[in-house]
Write a protein that binds this ligand. Structure first.
Ligand SMILES: Cc1ncc(COP(=O)(O)O)c(C=O)c1O
Length: 449
């Protein structure tokens, strides 16, 4: 392999970034009450808030958008979308939705009831919220040894098989479905190994429990399997993806991630009866089953984006550029969740700012410091987001797909190092106003002087 892995694309259309000054950002962040969700994107230099729906579409996708057939029923765009999803994932029934959480809402409304338990390696927060909305319990089964942010393991997203067996032994009748999230977003974008998926599938089948995959970052996960798991280095990504999903009974997907689209999602299943019940719900909230809350042009973009996400040159660049950022700051002594994940780097703000206690939101304080120093927007995943339930104080730097070049990433590295060198000057924050639910989106904070 070549030493320098270049961005495997040329830039055809550009969006300007306005470069503001630190003095201007001081006022902006104060006016936004130290909450980066309340900062306007025009005031952000590098936006690493999320990798969801923020990627750049290809010229092929834009061409597909022009081809979009906006017929209410049975559009050509749906046929192309349906073919692409079936071909890649191998399920019989495909239901389009406006994004991932809509697929989750329909799945759990149909499949689970009050008091049920849904195990997963690690549920994403919308998945958890949709399960809890049905008054069921979302259970994460990550091995305890993976909870140390500094330990390295090739598949830190694996489910703990022992914990799964215990749960089934105790509560078999309460488990309507097992979920697996690939890659594990809340736990650092860490991949799940094929052997773990295969074993979970075997156990699920033995007990007659359907296995569904949260497929958001399926291509990135497949790439990690190719790189790290014995027996896969010579296999094409498409074959690895097909094998992953051959072990499952269905999947939920946010096309805003590895669909490299700005909106969209879908739900797949092999169960005809379930699919019919899901479609009944779909009509109530999303729309007719051949568009499901999406325009025909969105279906086209997804059909093409899903294939582009499996391109090996793209994946080489994608995973290498994320790990480039992670390794460079890690080598400087900055504590990050190791090893670097697929779509994001997670700084351990608890270790970065040991002088700031959990109660003073070290993650949010660090996210604000990165914004102040360099106009970089990141997101806190810690006590502000999860309250007392936070297991870590993390700052996530999520990399949008095909959007930033290496010099943007070098700039991010430079800013993080500068902030690290001056970390003693960073102060904690306190909340002055917060909403009842999901407070991190709109809470107002101030600096503790
Ligand atoms: C693992 C995972 N599952 C589900 C979702 C929800 O998808 P959406 O934002 O499209 O509703 C996300 C979004 O970030 C995610 O990362």
């Amino acid at each position: 392999m070549k030493k320098i892995i270049i961005e495997p694309f040329k830039i055809k259309s550009v969006e300007p970034i306005s470069i503001n000054t630190e003095k201007e950002r001081q006022k902006i962040i104060k006016d936004a009450d130290y909450n980066l969700f309340l900062v306007n994107s025009r005031d952000v230099i590098i936006d690493l808030l999320t990798d969801s729906g923020t990627g750049a579409m290809s010229s092929e996708q834009w061409a597909g958008i022009m081809r979009g057939d906006e017929s209410y029923a049975g559009s050509n765009s749906f046929q192309r979308f349906n073919e692409s999803v079936k071909d890649i994932f191998g399920f019989q029934y495909v239901i389009p939705t406006h994004q991932g959480r809509a697929a989750e809402k329909i799945l759990f409304e149909v499949i689970c009831k009050k008091g049920d338990i849904i195990p997963s390696n690690a549920h994403f927060d919308t998945t958890r919220a949709n399960i809890e909305f049905q008054e069921a319990i979302a259970k994460d089964l990550i091995p305890d040894r993976f909870k140390d942010t500094q330990s390295e393991h090739p598949f830190k997203g694996d489910m703990d098989i022992g914990k799964l067996k215990n749960l089934i032994d105790k509560h078999l009748n309460k488990i309507p479905i097992i979920m697996m999230t690939i890659t594990n977003n809340t736990g650092g974008g860490q991949p799940v190994s094929m052997s773990n998926i295969r074993e979970v599938s075997r156990i699920a089948k033995e007990h007659n429990i359907p296995l569904y995959i949260d497929a958001c970052r399926f291509a990135e996960n497949a790439y990690f399997i190719k790189q790290r798991e014995d027996g896969y280095s010579d296999k094409p990504i498409e074959d690895i993806v097909a094998e992953i999903f051959s072990y499952a009974d269905g999947c939920t997907m946010s096309a805003k991630k590895d669909g490299i689209s700005n909106i969209g999602g879908f739900l797949c299943t092999n169960d005809e009866e379930l699919s019919n019940r899901k479609k009944d719900l779909l009509i109530l909230t999303e729309g007719f089953p051949t568009y499901g809350g999406l325009a025909g042009r969105d279906l086209e973009a997804i059909a093409i984006g899903l294939r582009e996400a499996m391109d090996i040159d793209y994946l080489n660049y994608r995973i290498t550029s994320t790990s480039y950022l992670g390794r460079k700051i890690h080598d400087y002594g900055i504590p990050i969740l190791m090893p670097p994940g697929g779509h994001a780097i997670y700084i351990d703000a608890g270790l970065f700012l040991p002088h700031i206690s959990k109660e003073q939101f070290p993650g949010q304080a660090l996210a604000c410091a990165l914004y102040l120093k360099g106009g970089i927007r990141s997101s806190e995943i810690g006590s502000l987001m999860f309250g007392r339930n936070a297991s870590h104080e993390l700052v996530r730097l999520a990399i949008p797909r095909r959007t930033y070049t290496q010099s943007h990433i070098d700039y991010v590295i430079e800013i993080i190092k500068e902030v690290y060198d001056q970390r003693e000057n960073i102060k904690g924050l306190k909340i002055i106003k917060e909403p009842k639910f999901l407070r991190h989106f709109s809470a107002k904070l101030t600096i503790i002087e």
